[in-house]
Design a protein around this ligand. Structure first.
Ligand code: TYM
Length: 336
């Protein structure tokens, strides 16, 4: 059976959070359980270099994320799990793609503008890697001939860019790459608890981390922003503008519960604290099994994660070497 190729990656920029779970990891696991799919999931540690330059933190973060992959339910025998840096052919393909990538498209990428502004605000000049970031990402996607890319919707422009490069390459040099498709769904941009933009690793106070304890979750939820117009317990609320309802939907609180709390919020029968208690239970039901599995994985010893990454790196490299050799052949720059 020809299996559909799935690929996605996560940068090694710190602890994973519920946004990463909803936008990416949950789908990683579901897709990997489908026998008709072959999944490649990697740590984008080369992309991390565009914003993070502490080698010790970077090394540790890669391993933490692999541990979280497994804790979320990925089986390394089924999905190929690797670090981007284990497969040098990806950067080789990235160079080839950079020679057909339109520069003007790179400069208008939302990711580039956002990161550049952030760096500039702290007096740092943006590096060239930030600009060419989407080319390396296209190489990640195309090097395994991926057809499906499960990511949160902030990454949609990057997947679109990879499609454009795939099409351009195929038109110029011959059919090699399938058209990769964005795989996502509703609620794939989880907001921060302060409702100021998406939940992100760099905004610690508005983030629920995957390794947060029950108490830590409640401490953060208790003070999270709700409907700003609702001041007193008996005031009628508006679920349409309440950040907590965004979480209920994204984290799939049972529909009957959502229907009831929507009704009771509007009539002022349920207070924000009770509504948050229901959400806390949903969050903890997601985090508990992840945290239990993480403990078991830690019990297997540090060497276990090294083994998973080594084995995944070899498996990924075999596939990627083949694609990159084909690309080089088509372009006219073979290995002599
Ligand atoms: P990164 O590390 O920023 O995020 C990893 C994944 O988590 C998703 N995500 C979210 N989804 C919903 N709500 C949020 N608040 C939220 N925050 C993060 C992201 O959409 C992503 O799916 N460029 C990628 C890494 C990458 C990659 C690739 C991904 C490199 N090469 C090839 C796919 C294919 C990134 O920065 O992800």
């Amino acid at each position: 059976m020809e299996r559909q190729i799935v690929l996605s990656g996560i940068r090694a920029t710190g602890k994973l959070h519920l946004g990463n779970y909803v936008g990416a990891l949950k789908n990683f696991v579901e897709l990997s359980r489908d026998e008709a799919k072959e999944c490649f999931y990697f740590i984008a540690n080369l992309h991390t270099l565009t914003t993070h330059t502490n080698p010790f933190e970077l090394r540790a973060s890669v391993k933490d994320i692999v541990r979280d992959f497994l804790a979320c339910g990925l089986d390394p025998k089924v999905a190929t799990i690797y670090a981007q840096s284990s497969v040098p052919e990806i950067t080789e393909l990235s160079w080839i793609l950079s020679c057909i990538a339109p520069l003007n498209l790179l400069t208008i990428m939302p990711h580039f503008k956002e990161k550049r502004d952030k760096l500039n605000e702290s007096g740092i000049t943006e590096n060239a890697g930030l600009l060419t970031y989407p080319i390396l990402m296209a190489a990640d996607i195309l090097c395994v001939k991926s057809e499906l890319v499960p990511v949160g919707d902030d990454q949609a422009p990057h997947v679109e860019f990879a499609r454009e490069l795939a099409k351009k390459f195929n038109d110029m040099f011959g059919e090699l790459f399938p058209m990769p498709k964005f795989f996502g769904g509703a609620g794939l941009r989880l907001p921060g608890l302060d409702n100021r933009g998406k939940m992100s690793k760099s905004e610690a106070s508005s983030v629920i981390y995957l390794d947060d304890s029950h108490d830590a979750v409640w401490k953060k939820l208790k003070v999270a922003i709700t409907d700003p117009q609702r001041v007193k317990r008996r005031d009628p609320g508006n679920p349409d503008v309440c950040n907590i309802f965004t979480f209920h939907h994204a984290l799939e609180t049972p529909v009957d519960d959502i229907a009831r709390i929507t009704r009771e919020c509007k009539s002022g029968e349920i207070g924000c604290i009770e509504c948050k208690e229901i959400l806390a239970k949903v969050v903890n039901d997601i985090l508990r099994p992840i945290n239990e599995r993480r403990e078991q994985i830690i019990g297997l010893g540090a060497g276990y994660i090294d083994e998973v990454m080594h084995d995944g790196g070899l498996r990924a490299r075999k596939v990627i070497q083949q694609t990159v050799a084909e690309a080089k052949e088509l372009v006219g720059v073979p290995c002599y």
